[in-house]
Design a protein around this ligand. Structure first.
Ligand code: FAD
Length: 823
């Protein structure tokens, strides 16, 4: 087995050593600059609250695994996990409603939880004043992780299998040769290694920099305070544990609480973001972890009392028993924040064998460590890790300015109620397509993705909506939540796409050129469909991981014998291709190039698309000459374009590509040509509702690496004649569940995603995406359901507290035979 060095003996490094050695990789050396196991990192003082429920299913599952694992561990000093339950209180109507949504996530992800009224909340946690609470969410299996104990017990298990742990061993250099790690340097000598995993917590960004790697995290201070003795707690926690009440969150006040014997610990996120100055962190031998100053370890900064003042006032209001007490001590503790709140896991692309696992909470630590161990050993993890992938960010998102601003925002929003369509306000307008000026002129409402500004809908289409309503079209009566960051104009845009023709800015859709003598072999091996086609063919194909799970779906256009253009889901696909391309292919080299920003794309779709575009084209756009899933190089007017006859919205039409400098002219040309055909510009929301009607999946939402092609209903993209990555694993993997389309019974029903789906009162699955279909006049959603759920089954979807009836339907509920596309 390979020699592995893990840098950092915090909760992540120790969990990883345990997970690796448990799988037989026993040549593991864990080095820490601090003493074992109170190393001075974030784990050393983490109060250890584990609330498992999370909008991300993966994160919730990582948390559940961590809680279960730690629950089973006992240290000489006591348990590693106290199952006290978790209680999240609402003091505002908005929070109470949001807790209902959260209860839905818990049910979707299989975490037991229930909503309780104020009296029941106070009965569960007697310090809570029922008069200021509207209700609460109680999860019995949440609790307190004793992080240092859990670290030590996992380290001991790893040691018993051969792992070595060394404290006071700072890694001063990552050693490498010929693009591979060879070991690490410490003051006590070099340690050779085939794989080095940086589990250095908030030191990870600095360590990464020494080998040219951007680790997008920001060390940030977060306040934690101890009260003096609280009368109501005296005598409660005199046994082995210093806590017996549920862990408590008061997110309206940016606060959380746990007991420390007869005192309370209070964590606060309400202060301004405080990025830490790494140069100022040090050990203080005389320091005391429970005193205000001086800070005893590098991850603790002196408590700034003024910042905490609002937290104390709010705490005393909600927990009246605090009024006789005061803040006795505290510290500003440091841990990592990232641009999107997720962890950072992966291998350095330019230094083989150098891995990172950082910005991981105690809550998710063992789960993420297990996923990384599976990735190292088996090539892929059981629970989807893509939200935490090191390479999920576009290059603009790896800039120091972006990382600093968005990580600070992530701190501010950590306890906020965040709408799924909510957009950040800082750092907008970084990437603008050549059509941007035209879109602004049409009064587009923009959302951003990957730094790109993308129209969600156009206010200039308000007249289309008015016309629709005048014609008696029924629109759902939306509640405030589903109406937020939404406009009914999007419904009108979808309707116009099906009745006339619309232009969609598809520029942000990432595209890569794969070229060279090895290109065909490369894509044939990397993806599941047969892409060794005639020139001019477009193929829908999948990238699988080593477990046979879907890591992406791609459209691959063969533009020449050695030239493919790949439409992809984003930077993770580029990363996967660059890594594979480096190894070359048996029949020659291959290069992969990101063309996204250098080119642009308009989708022109609708029954009148041909009539609109054909007069401009220097090619025959008739169905015979230019069939479905074909690509043609031609000119529209004087503009050189590549036209691809594909449609994610399920209508006649083309994706029209050109180089960025022609973009403005292309838009104007099409717009002008469309004026006789009633063309409109349409946005992402219309696009999304149309693709839902057609049964088209969005990778990352509807399917991930946890799902096989058969599970997701995209097995048509697998040709068993080629030897592709994941093929043998796929053959051995039985299907477990199936992504199904739901159509809601009530035309006013609207859901947004992640809601639990029940059959006869039992939760059997959950919604992935949803949208209101202009064609059906109903909400359409995809949901993961048991394999044997028959079409026509009536299910119930819980939206907040409402039970909405829906019916399991065909994958495509509009034009299942694909006649619209082929006309
Ligand atoms: P660390 O524990 O920091 O471990 C990294 C280790 O790497 C350190 O021991 C360090 O000494 C070592 N190291 C770094 N560089 C080197 C080097 N060059 N050579 C050798 N060793 C090196 N999370 C929760 O889930 N629940 C909570 O309630 C919670 N509350 C928190 C409250 C506060 C006040 C703070 C600050 C954090 C809290 N967290 C909480 C977050 C949690 O503590 C961290 O996310 C987690 O402990 C990180 O674990 P880690 O192993 O990645 O990092």
């Amino acid at each position: 087995t390979p020699r592995i060095v893990v840098i950092g003996a915090g909760i992540v490094g120790t969990s990883l050593a345990d997970e690796l050695t448990a799988r037989g990789w026993s040549d593991v050396t864990v080095l820490d600059q601090g003493p074992l196991f109170s190393t001075g990192g974030s784990t050393s003082h983490a109060p250890g609250l584990v609330f498992q429920t999370n909008p991300s299913r993966s994160m919730a599952r990582f948390a559940a695994y961590t809680a279960d694992k730690f629950r089973a561990l006992t240290h000489d000093d006591g348990p590693c996990f106290d199952t006290l339950g978790g209680l999240e209180i609402a003091t505002t109507e908005a929070r109470w409603t949001d807790l209902q949504r959260k209860a839905g996530w818990a049910r979707s992800w299989g975490i037991e939880g229930r909503l309780v009224d104020a009296a029941a909340a106070a009965a569960l946690h007697p310090l809570v004043d029922p008069d200021v609470v509207l209700g609460a969410f109680h999860t019995p299996s949440d609790g307190l992780a004793r992080a240092v104990r859990a670290a030590e017990m996992q380290a001991r298990a790893a040691q018993a299998r051969g792992a070595v742990f060394r404290g006071d061993s700072p890694v001063t250099e990552i050693l490498h040769a010929s693009g591979r790690v060879t070991g690490v340097r410490t003051p006590h000598g070099d340690v050779p290694a085939d794989i080095v995993v940086s589990a250095a917590g908030f030191w990870g960004a600095e360590l990464g920099r020494t080998v040219g790697l951007t680790v997008p995290l920001v060390p940030m201070a977060h306040q934690y305070a101890y009260t003096g003795q609280i009368e109501a707690l005296v005598g409660r926690n005199t046994g082995a544990s210093d806590a017996s009440l549920p862990i408590l969150r008061h997110q309206d006040g940016d606060l959380y609480y746990r007991e420390h014997g007869d005192r309370l610990g209070i964590g606060y996120y309400g202060h301004d973001p405080m990025p830490a100055d790494m140069g100022a962190l040090s050990w203080d031998a005389d320091g005391d972890a429970s005193s205000v100053a001086p800070p005893p370890m590098p991850s603790m900064l002196p408590f700034t009392e003024d910042d905490f003042a609002p937290a104390w006032r709010e705490s005393a209001r909600v927990l009246p028993a605090l009024r006789d007490s005061k803040v006795e001590s505290g510290f500003n503790g440091i841990f990592s924040f990232t641009p999107d709140g997720h962890s950072i896991v992966g291998e350095h692309r330019d230094l083989a064998g150098f891995w990172v696992a950082e910005a991981v909470w105690v809550t998710h630590s063992a789960g993420i460590a297990r996923a990384l161990a599976q990735t190292l050993i088996d090539g892929a993890s059981e629970i989807d890790l893509h939200e935490s992938d090191l390479y999920r960010f576009e290059s603009v998102e790896r800039s120091p300015a972006f990382i600093a601003a968005t990580s600070a925002q992530a701190f501010v929003e950590v306890y906020d109620i965040v709408h799924p369509r909510q957009q950040r306000t800082a750092l907008r307008g970084l990437r603008r397509s050549p059509f941007h000026a035209a879109e602004v002129a049409l009064d587009a409402s923009f959302v951003q993705g990957g730094g790109w500004e993308r129209p969600a809908w156009y206010e200039s289409n308000a007249g289309e909506l008015a016309a629709l309503l005048e014609a008696g079209f029924h629109l759902p009566v939306r509640d405030e939540w589903s109406a937020r960051h939404f406009s009914d104009i999007a419904v009108a845009e979808a309707a116009v796409t099906r009745s006339r023709v619309a232009m969609y800015d598809m520029t942000p859709l990432t595209r890569y050129d794969v070229e060279g003598p090895g290109a065909a072999h490369f894509l044939q091996h990397l993806t599941t469909n047969d892409v060794d086609t005639a020139i001019g063919r477009v193929t829908y194909t999948l990238m699988l991981d080593e477990r046979g799970g879907i890591r992406s779906d791609l459209t691959v256009a063969r533009l020449g014998a050695d030239h493919y253009r790949v439409g992809a889901n984003g930077p993770l696909d580029l990363d996967a291709m660059l890594r594979r391309a480096r190894a070359g292919t048996p029949d020659g080299s291959v290069t992969v190039r990101d063309l996204t920003g250098a080119t642009c794309c308009v989708g022109v779709w609708g029954p009148r698309a041909r009539a609109m575009v054909a007069p401009l084209a220097d090619a025959d756009l008739g169905h015979k000459a230019f069939g479905y899933f074909r690509a043609v190089r031609t000119y529209l007017g004087a503009i050189p374009v590549i036209m691809m006859r594909v449609s994610y919205v399920g209508e006649l039409g083309w994706e029209i590509y050109t180089d960025a400098e022609y973009g403005g002219a292309l838009w104007d040309l099409l717009w002008e040509a469309g004026s006789d055909h009633g063309v409109i510009a349409a946005g992402r929301l219309a696009f999304d509702s149309l693709r839902l009607e057609k049964g088209y999946r969005a990778w990352g939402h509807d399917m991930t690496s946890e799902d096989t092609p058969a599970d997701a209903g995209v097995e048509f993209a697998v040709k068993d004649t080629t030897d592709f990555v994941g093929r043998s694993a796929l053959a051995a993997r039985p299907a477990t569940r199936r992504l199904r389309t739901l159509v809601f019974d009530d035309p006013d029903a609207v859901v947004l995603g992640k809601e639990p789906v029940s059959l006869d009162g039992t939760v059997v699955g959950y919604v992935t995406s949803a949208g209101w279909s202009a064609t059906l006049g109903r909400c359409v959603a995809y949901a993961w359901l048991p394999l044997d759920t028959p079409l026509g089954t009536a299910v119930s979807v819980t939206y907040f507290t409402a039970a909405l009836g829906a019916t399991v339907s065909d994958d495509a509920v509009v034009d299942p035979a694909g006649q619209l596309i082929r006309r």
